[in-house]
Design a protein around this ligand. Sequence first.
Ligand code: C2E
Ligand code: MG
Ligand code: MG
Ligand code: MG
Length: 286
Amino acid sequence: NAKRNGGNQYRLYTDDMIALVQRDVRLEKHLRRSLEKNEWVLHYQPQFDIQSGRLIGAEALIRWNSEELGMVFPGDFITLSEQLGLINEIGRWVINEACVQGKRWEDLGWTDFVLSVNVSSRQLDEPYFVKNVQSILQSSGLEPSHLCLEITESMVVDKLHAARYMLDELVALGIHIALDDFGTGYSSLSVLRQLPISVIKIDRSFITDMENDHEGLSIVKTIVSMGHDLNKQIVAEGVETKAQLDLLLDIGCDKAQGYYYSKPLPLESMNELLERSGELSKRRNA
Ligand code: C2E
Ligand code: MG
Ligand code: MG
Ligand code: MG
């Protein structure tokens, strides 16, 4: 690209690119120290049963609360952590933190609450991944069926056989596996057929499209009906409007998460929400 810039033959990098590289170097330096500095936190995005409106789980989403850079979102550091070989450590921290927290909620009486955790492709390559998860479940005491691991198609598509072996072991522990960002790849259907997946998360782009035209709605309807035929739970991601929720209710989609209900919440706010919903359901049952 730089070469096509006429006279500026030797200007290989634009100012933007230099800024990006400098930012990466800064990011890398601080990221390497973020573990010992205890700067990672989980936010929790609540998930609801669409039909009953009940709070039934949450997705744990990592944030890096950097002293130097402020709040950094996963889109800005997960890929870098993979490149730096830090992702396994981060991933282990995330699973442990979620399980410890999940156990506290379990102890408070939230016995139908499922916590979902995103897993990176590098974690699945780790030979001791299943053992690590198993030992985290044991040390935290969380009931395995209260944990759901989210994978994406691109993570497993070129190694279906190995992935299947590993996921089978996780399922044998009692954990659920969800296919995240469903529909965005090229071979979602074969992944769905060959792996022990119990939850399909319809990607936000399809939920957004649903209101645009007949085709958009038809795609979501098809995913839900096919998913139900295959005995999967269907979660809609990124639900932002009442109109979208009404359509999903009509279609018979099971669960939803999104800004319409709530943004991902820091722990204290999630606890408050749980407390309020607990009171509501007690009153409902009274
Ligand atoms: P994801 O797993 O598909 O998570 C959903 C993302 O959509 C989250 O972004 C969430 O904040 C955002 N979102 C939720 N509802 C809405 C909505 O109604 N509208 C819009 N516009 N956005 C919504 P976030 O937290 O920035 O995470 C981005 C991605 O980073 C995640 O996508 C996931 O792939 C990855 N990620 C997050 N936490 C972790 C983690 O602990 N480990 C790994 N390996 N990846 C993670
Ligand atoms: Mg996810
Ligand atoms: Mg997603
Ligand atoms: Mg994603």
